[in-house]
Design a protein around this ligand. Structure first.
Ligand code: SAM
Length: 257
């Protein structure tokens, strides 16, 4: 596929084989084509590895950070559980939102919390709202530990951002979805893998082996959850109807009720 952008004629042409489709450059459809490529090339160039939140690196697209903020503000969870801690930026993000809202705790699970990351997370002023659990997110003793710690919370939201294979995410969904309270979410992040499978850093098997597939399988097995195409947007004064810039497509599973 070729994209031909003519800024003087204000057109974007998509050429597939012999078929050429011309779009006005300043249109939602042209923005969608540009956004898809921006996400794809940006993923390959590790654009998401250029951000931090209150001093800790956060490996997320800013657009997804905005959406998760909107969801946390709407749900007002008193417990956020995340698998996949890395440098801790996303834990600090959730803790900062809960701190601003005056209530709530965060549990972060990672198979390996490197000593320099642990030291920095534990030294952060928001660590008072965070519990770290070290071990594989699907190991029965780790799942049991998190379940024990989650007991008694009233509004629980879960984000899965650890090992992104379909099999691992499927196991995480089964382990942690029972903790999610009605109206809240379990989010299988990084379904972007399907879209970037053919990039230089991607792998062909990712077209099927990815978190979105695990979320779709889970939704088919669990009618108590609905897989949303994207999270609700509390504000939208544009004509755009899709969230075009995200690494979390087919990710948001809402517990019904
Ligand atoms: C993409 S990073 C997490 C990024 C982080 N959530 C953020 O937004 O900055 C993935 C993390 O998952 C962890 N991980 C990989 N396999 C895991 C497993 N089986 N259980 C728990 N954590 C795992 C890795 O050690 C790594 O720190």
């Amino acid at each position: 596929m070729k994209l031909v952008i003519d800024t003087e004629a204000r057109t974007l042409d998509r050429v597939e084989g012999d078929v050429r489709t011309s779009l006005p450059l300043y249109s939602d459809d042209a923005f969608e084509a540009i956004a898809d490529l921006y996400v794809k090339v940006g993923w390959n160039q590790k654009y998401l590895y250029t951000f931090s939140w209150m001093g800790r690196p956060i490996i997320q697209m800013p657009d997804d950070v905005m959406r998760v903020q909107e969801a946390i503000h709407a749900i007002k969870p008193d417990l956020v559980i995340e698998t996949g801690v890395a440098h801790g930026g996303s834990l600090i993000l959730y803790a900062s939102l809960l701190e601003a809202m005056g209530e709530g705790h965060v549990i972060g699970v990672d198979i390996e919390i490197r000593p320099h990351n642990r030291t920095a997370i534990e030294a952060h002023p928001l660590f008072k709202r965070i519990t770290l659990v070290e071990g594989s997110s699907t190991a029965p003793d780790i799942v049991a530990q998190v379940r024990d710690k989650a007991a008694g919370y009233k509004r629980v939201m879960v984000l899965l951002d650890s090992n992104h294979t379909r099999e691992h995410v499927a196991a995480e969904l089964e382990a942690y979805a029972p903790l999610v309270t009605p109206g809240s979410y379990i989010v299988a992040t990084d379904g972007i893998m399907a879209m970037v499978a053919d990039t230089p850093r991607g792998k062909p098997e990712w077209t099927e082996d990815n978190p979105s597939r695990a979320a779709e399988d889970f939704a088919a097995r669990h009618p108590e959850f609905t897989l949303l195409p994207e999270p609700p947007t509390p504000f939208n004064e544009s004509t755009l109807t899709r969230q075009l810039v995200t690494h979390w497509p087919q990710a948001w599973l809402r517990r019904n009720g």
